[in-house]
Design a protein. Structure first.
Length: 151
């Protein structure tokens, strides 16, 4: 579907744009971008087909929500990055569901854990997860799981 962050350093936006132009390969990047100004540079360079902001790395929901319109006006796909469980993942889910439209995606490394802090509430079904609808970020962590695995 895409080649993710194929160059080092990841802020080599001109190099990403050249790679994208010269190969025709779809490129995804942005999980290591920390500010809205850097996202503007990434998108202005024409470096990506999918932008991957990470709420845990860029200042949470307030900053994450600013990337969606920047990508939309350039017709660039959104794939919010969340390599985390916990509040970073919940923030990614909530903002992507609210602002991303039907084609928006979340990059998340799902795997079977011995115990999940949110039970099976975020277990994928047919490649999709249900957006939690509780207060705040939608789910509270299970205090029994926290207690059982506290160090």
């Amino acid at each position: 579907m895409f080649l993710e962050e194929p160059l080092w350093p990841p802020e080599n936006f001109d190099g990403l744009a050249e790679l994208r132009r010269s190969t025709g390969l779809p490129v995804a990047s942005g999980e290591n971008v920390g500010t809205i100004m850097e996202f503007e540079r990434l998108l202005t360079a024409g470096a990506v087909d999918f932008v991957q902001p990470s709420p845990a790395k860029m200042g949470g929901i307030t900053e994450l929500r600013k990337v969606f319109p920047l990508a939309a006006v350039r017709n660039v796909g959104m794939m919010t990055h969340s390599f985390y469980d916990g509040p970073g993942l919940l923030a990614a889910v909530q903002v992507t569901a609210a602002l991303g439209g039907t084609d928006a995606m979340i990059e998340w490394r799902w795997f079977d854990l011995e115990a999940s802090i949110y039970g099976d509430a975020l277990a994928p079904r047919n490649g999709r997860i249900t957006v939690p609808d509780g207060p705040g970020l939608g789910l509270d962590p299970d205090p029994e799981v926290i207690s059982a695995y506290r160090c």
